[in-house]
Write a protein that binds this ligand. Structure first.
Ligand code: HPA
Ligand code: ZN
Length: 336
């Protein structure tokens, strides 16, 4: 079996996907039209020329404009179901999906519209494709802790639909500790916690996410390699990293895929995983990320199997579900 076929055949979990970042230009235009919203782009082609980013902020500025077309439950449903179709084509068996309620409630879209559209699509994806899922509600870190706290309270009627809270948006200047009280309360309500840290931000932000926000996983976290004590701690505490190779190159965290550090992360015994982040903006879904990084770094079949296994180990699935998926991977590896 070629390594490309192995990548396609392996069951995988995706743990770092912003559902708003899966909104493809074609669907964005279609939804804008039916909602009578004027996009600041004359065509899909024109929109795509704007997808040329210098850093995280230049991406976020465009990404938040794209989310403005989402108004009705159907919009959220269509966006989510389109992602699940792509996920199914890539043999994703489990997805832990981020959503940003504040991008919508700030535009007077009710929390309920957002969560119902997303979760109905996930339920249908589960029935139709057999993809299990969890939802993770992210706070926008460029907004205040007070606003995050309000969003946390707003989520409570839908708590049974949300497994964890996370932290995304502009990292530098918005350290994890800004949200210490919010995360403490979220944990008291029974949510698990994750946070974006060490994407552009200093490794100290990863320490803060661990110690102040008590996260179970770090999103990105690639800058941890700058701090040997931190590497040791992440290994000791078995904290996985949800790494997004295409995103890191598009947002200039690494100059190109050949310079990416995921192999070093694995060599340091970190539980690194591969994810797509915002696939509609960064040029590919999960298999594209696996295939791209495999080629660039010359990863072998053992590395690929390790990455697929890590995706389930790092998930919030039950031990039984983790085992079932890991056994599937073992079966395929034995056939090699
Ligand atoms: N980092 C921070 N915020 C985000 C990202 C990211 O990679 N994608 C969508 N929101
Ligand atoms: Zn992200």
């Amino acid at each position: 079996m070629s390594i490309k076929n192995l990548i396609k055949k392996l069951p995988k979990a995706e743990l770092h996907i912003h559902i708003e970042g899966s909104l493809e230009p074609e669907l964005m235009f279609k939804i804008a039209k039916r909602n009578k919203i004027k996009l600041p782009y004359s065509s899909i082609k024109h929109l795509k020329t704007a997808y040329n980013f210098n850093n995280l902020q230049s991406f976020l500025d465009i990404y938040y404009k794209g989310t403005n077309v989402l108004i009705t439950e159907k919009d959220f449903y269509n966006m989510t179901f389109a992602y699940l179709k792509k996920a199914h084509a890539d043999n994703i068996k489990h997805a832990e999906i981020f959503f940003d309620p504040q991008s919508h409630t700030s535009r007077k879209i009710p929390f309920k519209t957002v969560i119902n559209g997303i979760s109905k699509a996930c339920e249908d994806g589960k029935k139709k494709f057999g993809i299990s899922y969890h939802l993770i509600m992210c706070f926008l870190r460029h907004l205040s802790a007070n606003e995050a706290m309000k969003t946390l309270e707003e989520s409570l009627p839908f708590k049974n639909k949300i497994i964890a809270v996370g932290l995304d948006s502009s990292e530098v200047g918005n350290p994890p500790k800004k949200f210490k009280a919010v995360f403490k309360k979220a944990i008291n309500y029974g949510y698990l916690t994750v946070a974006h840290a060490g994407e552009e931000g200093h490794p100290d932000y990863i320490w803060e996410a661990l110690d102040e926000l008590k996260v179970k996983r770090i999103d990105h976290g690639v800058r941890c390699l700058e701090d040997p004590k931190l590497i040791k701690e992440l290994v000791k505490r078995k904290i996985p990293l949800t790494v997004c190779p295409f995103s890191n190159v598009k947002l200039k965290v690494f100059k190109d895929l050949k310079k990416h550090n995921i192999k070093q992360l694995l060599d340091n015994n970190l539980i690194a995983t591969i994810n797509s982040d915002d696939p509609a903006y960064f040029g590919g879904y999960i298999n594209d990320n696996y295939i791209g990084i495999q080629k660039a770094l010359g990863l072998n079949k053992k590395d690929i199997i390790m990455l697929a296994k890590n995706s389930f180990k790092a998930s919030f699935l039950s031990e039984k579900e983790k085992r079932r998926n890991l056994e599937e991977i073992d079966k395929i590896s034995k056939e090699l």
